[in-house]
Design a binder for this molecule. Sequence first.
Ligand code: NAD
Length: 348
Amino acid sequence: MSSLSTFDLPVNKKPIVIIGAGGIVKDAHLPAYKKADFEVSAIYDLDTEKAKALALKFEIPTVCIDLKELVEFAQQNDCVYDMALPASVILSVLANIPDGSGVLIQKPMGENITQAEAILGLCRKKKLVAGINFQLRHAPYVTHAKKLIDQGAIGELHDIDVRMNVYTPWHLWDFLCQLPRVEILYHSIHYIDMIRYFLGEPKRVFAKTTKHPNMRALASTRSSIIMDYGDLVRANINTNHGHNFGSNHQESYFTFEGTEGAIKITVGVYLDYPKGLPDQFEYISLKDGESWKEVKIEGSWFPDAFIGPMAGLMCKTENPAYTYINSVEDAIHTMDVVEKCYESSENL
Ligand SMILES: NC(=O)c1ccc[n+]([C@@H]2O[C@H](COP(=O)([O-])OP(=O)(O)OC[C@H]3O[C@@H](n4cnc5c(N)ncnc54)[C@H](O)[C@@H]3O)[C@@H](O)[C@H]2O)c1
């Protein structure tokens, strides 16, 4: 079993206040913080009943009835903020957070590059220590792949392939029906961010994102993305969320190929959704022989990966010299790639 205590932890953990008591906070943020033994001291949502329900379930001592009360609480108790809100309201809420605070903001960083730049500008102006919750970088199977690649186990990395041929019932999330952008902005954005983490900035992107005849009320839910890293390195993302034909031929994986080996990660969470199937981590390193090995990885994307962006935020508030891989300064580049994908798809 691979040991996955790979998160950098602060010397002194700070208490957390949460803004937004929706699905992702219930299913991932709070379970992750419980695992990491982070203290969640207060929660606020426009819908106070939702905040109260989560406070009860996760033993959060304080429910605030408005943002002003939460901010006062956070200042008195030296807390960091955890925002998990619709992208459209990030800017207006952020404007009310005191200068110099530590804030983790759920992805996406706004609904488009214009909003992302405004969020970055506000974070700079207010001198916030701010991050975007691109947590896939911290998924235990991704951190293990990064470790192997950094150790040279597969030689020179030259190929990353992301394949999702799954059924995601997007139509169940009503709010998505109003949005002009769905698949790349809300889903493939994670893969774009992960590929940037391994390969840096692409020279350019080519993309086509397509609607599905059975999900006509939604914007596109299938995408083919090529991130161009020149003549020797290939990075592709291929997603189809409309494969509603049982789990036999569903696919959900990342592959990393190097000059001396390869890694295949089966991402179980999207298979047979919402039940999910087990993850699998397999790799071959020609340096170790010629057979594939399976590594048992402790933890998964949900909820374990959600520890990393918050742990990093606390480290950054404690030590300004700490390299925070989820900083808004880094995240803006993922938003830029997303924007270029939509431009490419619309042939702009
Ligand atoms: N893997 C991931 O990173 C991941 C997964 C799912 C969702 N998300 C992101 O998390 C965010 C929230 O998603 P969700 O599924 O929890 O949505 P949700 O609709 O379940 O919850 C959003 C909550 O925000 C509250 N809210 C809205 N405006 C507010 C305001 N101005 N002040 C206080 N509360 C307000 C709503 O009342 C609601 O309870 C979205 O941006 C989504 O993209 C990320």
